[in-house]
Design a protein around this ligand. Structure first.
Ligand SMILES: [Zn+2]
Length: 327
């Protein structure tokens, strides 16, 4: 039965007027610790019937129900109800004892539950603590490992920096050696080129001497006179010429001195009217020169030889091998 279903029975129960099955239900409810019902039971004058419950047990001398309640503690009950009150008191004591026992066992159960929960929590916390301790130890190990790795990396970096510096020094030394070697090669190359040039000049000189010798030995060689051209008056010279040879020899003397850096040039007028530039030269200290001149098309077409100032093209000497066609 529920609390609400039992509420109306409490008065009859306190009066000991309930049937045994209903009284058992009320006792079970009280034993469950319902404080409201317990308070209700304690606040009732035990043994008195509640209004309408059992009219037959009420005597004519009893005051009305409410009045009896009001005076239950202070006024001694009338004699005919004493036996019923004692019975109700016994019931109440039993109920209280049951309630106390229930409360005590519930309290013990609750305490055991809490103790078990606390123990479980302590076990769990201990496990967590040892877990954390293990994790801390592992972390400490890893930190040690990392510190070791960092030291190793630092050593390696130092070694590499040292190696780089050594390599740089070696490179600088090699570069300096390479530069020195290049300098020596350049010097040797210049020497070889100078030697080549000297050899070429010697070969050329030998060829010219042979050509001049051949020219001079050729029967019918002609000597062309070079005459000064005004305003030059003192200079003179000759050209050794043969139409079957490709080399002529120019010899000149008393050429006017030239400013520093200036030259004379030989100009060759040919039979077809063309004018070719010959070699340039600076005369010797007495204004003299002996110059073999090679003619690419042979000497047969040569009509006139001139010596001109190279800077102004002003003629100084001139001589004709054959009379010029129109002039
Ligand atoms: Zn209740």
């Amino acid at each position: 039965m529920t609390h609400d279903e039992l509420r109306p029975l409490l008065g009859a129960y306190a009066a000991g007027a309930l049937a045994e099955s209903a009284a058992e239900a009320v006792r079970a409810h009280l034993a469950s610790g319902c404080t409201e019902c317990l308070h209700d039971i304690f606040s009732r004058p035990v043994g008195l019937p509640r209004g309408g419950g059992d009219e037959s047990s009420r005597t004519a001398t009893e005051p009305p129900h409410d009045e009896a309640e009001r005076h239950a503690v202070h006024a001694p009950p009338p004699a005919p109800v004493r036996r019923g009150r004692r019975w109700g008191l016994a019931v109440t004591i039993v109920v209280l004892a049951l309630a106390l026992a229930t409360f005590a066992s519930w309290t013990i159960y609750d305490l055991r539950e809490r103790e078990a929960a606390r123990h479980a929590e302590a076990v769990r916390l201990a496990a967590r603590v040892s877990e954390l301790e293990a994790a801390r130890a592992e972390l400490a190990t890893r930190v040690d490992g990392l510190a070791h790795d960092r030291e190793a990396a630092r050593d390696e970096a130092t070694r590499q920096a040292e190696a780089v510096r050594a390599t740089a020094e070696e490179n600088a030394s090699l570069t300096a050696e390479l530069e020195a070697a290049r300098g020596r090669i350049a010097t040797l190359t210049r020497g070889v080129q100078r030697r080549d040039s000297e050899i070429a000049q010697l070969v050329t000189g030998v060829d010219e001497q042979r050509a001049v010798h051949d020219l001079a030995a050729t029967p019918g060689v002609e000597l062309v006179r070079l005459k000064p051209i005004a305003p030059v008056a003192d200079a003179g010279g000759h050209v050794l010429w043969h139409p079957a040879r490709d080399t002529i020899l120019l010899y000149a003397f008393d050429l006017p001195p030239l400013p520093e850096g200036n030259h004379y040039r030989v100009r060759l007028r040919l039979g077809d009217g063309r004018v070719e530039d010959g070699p340039v030269f600076r005369p010797g200290p007495r204004g003299d020169v002996a110059l073999p001149i090679r003619l690419t098309g042979g000497a047969a077409h040569l009509r006139e030889v001139q010596v001109v100032r190279d800077s102004t093209a002003e003629p100084v000497l001139a001589g004709q091998t054959r009379p010029l066609p129109s002039s």
